[in-house]
Design a protein around this ligand. Structure first.
Ligand code: VGL
Length: 201
């Protein structure tokens, strides 16, 4: 069966990077690797999706309003911008989530493009079968997006060299990775993928 691949980059925004409101330690390390994936996919004219947290100022997601997190990724602020080191091409499909102040919305499958079209619909339009997922954070939005993708019967490839976790508790990321594997995700990394892409030509 023919596979249709897409890259899905989760929440590589300033607030999740060092210096940001909810910084993931070492988030900066995965950005150059994500850029290599972006180049690999773009060269093959494959779709690249980037999700972002896009919260209102007042949302139950934030601890001041009863949620779990310090305020982060507020719409149209610097913290919500994609990190400048991330080299997204102009044709990247950007999907936003977390706009409903009553919901947490960790998963990119709750995200939509600027016209309100949900990620799943966008993927189906492109007939995507295989999703290559990287970004932040392994133990929250990456995990939640991967679990949703698997439920929706996409094949999921976790980019082991391009994810990073929050690890509020030690081992959270490791646990998240095992959960994703148990649910059917597969691991891959840049060198392996590059070889596969090369074989096709
Ligand atoms: C995230 C915590 C709170 C994430 C979002 O992108 O993984 N983590 N909001």
């Amino acid at each position: 069966m023919k596979t249709y691949k897409a890259l899905l980059i989760i929440d590589v925004q300033n607030d999740f990077c060092p210096g940001g409101a909810l910084a993931v330690t070492d988030a900066g390390k995965i950005i150059p690797i994500l850029n290599r994936y972006i180049r690999l996919f773009s060269k093959d004219k494959l779709a690249v999706f980037a999700s972002r947290d896009w919260h209102k100022k007042i949302t139950r997601h934030f601890e001041q309003f009863g949620g779990a997190w310090p305020a982060h990724c507020i719409q149209n602020t610097k913290g919500a911008r994609f990190h400048r080191a991330l080299k997204l091409a102009k044709n990247t499909i950007i999907v936003s989530k977390g706009m409903n102040p009553k919901k947490d919305n960790y998963s990119a499958f709750q995200a939509e493009n600027s016209r309100g079209v949900k990620l799943e619909r966008l993927l189906r339009i492109l007939r995507i079968t295989d999703l290559y997922v990287g970004g932040l954070a392994t133990d929250y939005c990456v995990k939640s997006s991967v679990m949703d993708a698997l439920k929706k019967r996409f094949r999921v490839w976790l980019l082991m060299d391009a994810i990073m976790g929050v690890n509020l508790k030690t081992g959270d990321s490791k646990k998240a990775i095992s959960e994703m594997m148990c649910a059917g995700a597969k691991k891959t990394a840049f060198s392996r993928l590059k070889k596969q892409f090369g074989q096709k030509r």
